[in-house]
Design a binder for this molecule. Structure first.
Ligand SMILES: C[S@@+](CC[C@H](N)C(=O)[O-])C[C@H]1O[C@@H](n2cnc3c(N)ncnc32)[C@H](O)[C@@H]1O
Length: 277
């Protein structure tokens, strides 16, 4: 049933689209929804204005919408599957709004909170220390009462819970695309050398998650409300090989000279040699 959706892009509302997908059919979701930023303007970055969506709704309505999306994603993801959900801390009338508020009301297990150090702030007023970070929530759908899941290989896990990746600056047609390194890091860490898994992005914008999936040998499904962004995503996918150097550059970071176990064994061996002398 999922086959008819594979390697295709759809212009649609995310929630409406997700309801059409079969349950337990997707291995991994990577997504960044609109943040309900209410067109807050910093000094460095212009207003975030999307082609077909005004990022300014009542906060309670917004969080309820996000919970519905999260729960629908929980349904379509396979047991043992994952969702990487990018968001950030915001403030409204001086009150901090943390994504954990609505994430903890969803069905997902929160496996980790990753800090995305973007190294650059959108707003450089001094009301707070410059916010240069966003968050990526690694959410997990348990399998057979296993609430921990598979271990990552050391070469991926050593990349740590703080990711230093600069925001994308190469596409002016979209206000907030992922840098290609970000979905590449997630897909390669989760699947390692396995191929042909199913990756979904229900707010795919200009298709960065999908380009990374294609270049790493996986199937993709992309959805966005804007036909303009989907057109750009299609064009990127047709010319995906042009973006391969950036994917390869990210993959080069996923290596370990020696594992922790090997280093420990080496240390033990040295200690034995010293005590022998
Ligand atoms: C933060 S951007 C995602 C950018 C994407 N990660 C990329 O690399 O291009 C959020 C996207 O959500 C889309 N969007 C807003 N409301 C939507 C809805 N109801 N259904 C589907 N997409 C929507 C916007 O058009 C925008 O492209």
């Amino acid at each position: 049933m999922i086959n008819k959706f594979l390697n295709k892009l759809f212009v649609d509302d995310a929630l409406k689209f997700l309801k059409k997908l079969p349950s337990n059919s997707v291995d991994l979701v990577i997504t960044s929804p609109p943040y309900n930023k209410k067109n807050n303007k910093g000094w460095l970055v212009d207003e975030v204005r999307y082609d077909k969506y005004i990022d300014n709704i009542n906060e309670e309505e917004y969080q309820n919408w996000q919970i519905q999306i999260l729960n629908e994603l929980f349904r379509v993801v396979k047991e043992g599957g994952h969702l990487f959900y990018n968001h950030k801390i915001r403030w409204e009338n001086g009150i901090m709004i943390h994504p954990i508020y609505w994430l903890s009301k969803s069905k997902w297990l929160i496996r980790q909170e990753i800090i995305w150090n973007r190294k650059i702030a959108g707003n450089i007023r001094g009301w707070r220390f410059w916010q240069i970070e966003e968050r990526i929530y690694w959410l997990y759908k348990p399998k057979d009462n296993n609430f921990i899941g598979e271990e990552l290989k050391s070469r991926h896990a050593k990349l740590s819970s703080i990711w230093e990746i600069r925001p994308e600056s190469g596409f002016k047609e979209h206000p907030a695309p992922f840098p290609l390194e970000l979905p590449t890091r997630i897909i390669y860490s989760i699947f390692d050398e396995e191929k042909n898994r199913v990756v979904l992005d229900p707010f795919c914008g200009i298709g960065t998650t999908l380009v990374a999936s294609k270049l790493l040998g996986h199937n993709y499904i992309g959805v966005d409300i804007s036909s303009e962004y989907i057109k750009i995503a299609e064009n990127r996918l047709n010319n995906a090989n042009d973006e391969l150097p950036r994917v390869l550059e990210e993959l080069r970071l996923h290596k370990v000279e020696k594992t922790f176990k090997e280093r420990k064994e080496e240390k033990n061996k040295k200690q034995k040699q010293i005590s022998f002398l």
